[in-house]
Write a protein that binds this ligand. Structure first.
Ligand SMILES: Cc1cc2nc3c(=O)[nH]c(=O)nc-3n(C[C@H](O)[C@H](O)[C@H](O)COP(=O)(O)O)c2cc1C
Length: 349
């Protein structure tokens, strides 16, 4: 089906295509289609289940932040066979984000560049939406960002406000200090400012609490951030967000657009960061960046990721991506003699 739909969708501007898909999934979520999807896309196998940061994941393939910014379709995404859904980024204030166009396909490279700028309905609205809906059986995390109008020095209160609005219904919480599209945000990854944000959230009772890192952080800064995560007793690290770098090999003209690059071109770099982080902590690592296939997911798991997430792969591969990855993972586990995904986590370290 997606082979037929993709050329049509790809004729639309990327954000329009995203809105069309979200609209369809919203309908699916309201009707019996959700059941039919779940039956078609879910791979039900104990070997795929993972326990990490107090959550039970039925399989290790999740939806990365940014796809469902306003928590409108978590059940529909779970019905596509994903083992968890991270909604958001949510900010304290609702905000429109940057002017359109702000999302670009790099078709030749199977990548995207986006400079969305945390467009979202805001913590009050998303908090209420989470409270009012029936959430899926899989873990639903909330990715928390900083409102554009809030100065960096007031970031801890801004993050805390958002957390308080979603606290009841989120299963885990991710401090996002790694989006390249909010001016100055990534500076918050330095030890002092990051500590202030994380401590404010811990004071408010946020748990499980994870931090999401940029692939552009210097190694020293990654070491600092991981040490801080260890010292504060965080529950995990998400690696990675998008990159502002542009690898030389990119062929698409849209590579020149400003914003964060995702998808195939960042796979290896994201895996390197997963490994670098996993070598320095016993905390669970969530591996994100360029996961399109079972082999890609397996690479991140062997490098130390307990679960993986994807966004760009869903755009290029379509709604059966979670099923394809989960089926493929079972074959790879068999091939290499692992009894389960959990057995393979960190096998390459
Ligand atoms: C359009 C778009 C919006 C995104 N929005 C967010 C966001 O709000 N918060 C966040 O932490 N990451 C966001 N991301 C980053 C993804 O969660 C993910 O870290 C990154 O895209 C790498 O994964 P991928 O290669 O599978 O897309 C966004 C990515 C895209 C493409």
């Amino acid at each position: 089906m997606y082979r037929l739909a993709k050329p049509l969708l790809f004729r639309l501007p990327p954000e329009t295509a995203h809105e069309a898909i979200t609209g369809l999934l919203r309908v699916a979520q309201r009707t019996r289609l959700e059941r039919a999807y779940a039956g078609h896309y879910t791979v039900d196998d104990e070997r795929l289940s993972v326990e990490a940061f107090d959550q039970s994941f039925p399989n290790p393939v999740g939806v990365a932040a940014g796809f469902d910014k306003n928590a409108e379709i978590p059940r529909a995404l779970a019905a596509l066979g994903f083992g968890h859904v991270e909604v958001g980024a949510v900010t304290a204030e609702g905000q429109p984000g940057n002017p359109r166009p702000r999302m670009f396909r790099l078709r030749e490279d199977e990548g995207l560049v986006n400079r969305m700028g945390f467009n979202n309905a805001g913590a009050d609205v998303v908090g209420e939406r989470l409270a009012e809906q029936r959430l899926p059986d899989v873990p639903v995390g909330v990715n928390v960002g900083k409102s554009k109008s809030t100065p960096l020095e007031d970031a801890p209160d801004d993050y805390r406000y958002t957390y308080e609005q979603v606290a009841e219904d989120g299963d885990y919480f991710v401090v996002n200090v790694s989006s390249p599209n909010t001016p100055g945000l990534r500076e918050l990854q330095n030890r002092e400012q990051l500590a202030a944000i994380l401590e404010a959230l811990q004071d408010a009772g946020a748990a499980p609490l994870l931090v999401k890192l940029s692939p552009d952080l210097h190694r020293d800064a990654v070491v600092d951030a991981v040490e801080l995560a260890n010292d504060l007793g965080l529950d995990g690290v998400v690696a990675t967000n998008t990159t502002t770098d542009r690898p030389d090999a990119l062929r698409s003209p849209n590579a020149a657009e400003k914003g964060g690059l995702s998808g195939r071109p960042i796979r290896e770099r994201a895996t390197d960061q997963v490994r670098f982080v996993a070598e320095r902590t016993d905390l669970p690592v969530v591996g994100v960046g360029g996961v399109f296939t079972a082999a890609d997911a397996y690479e991140k798991i062997r490098a130390g990721a307990s679960v993986v997430q994807l966004y760009t792969g869903l755009v290029y591969r379509g709604p059966s991506i979670a099923r394809e990855i989960n089926e493929g993972l079972l074959e790879l586990l068999d091939r290499d003699g692992f009894a389960s995904v959990e057995d393979a986590v960190g096998a390459d370290l």
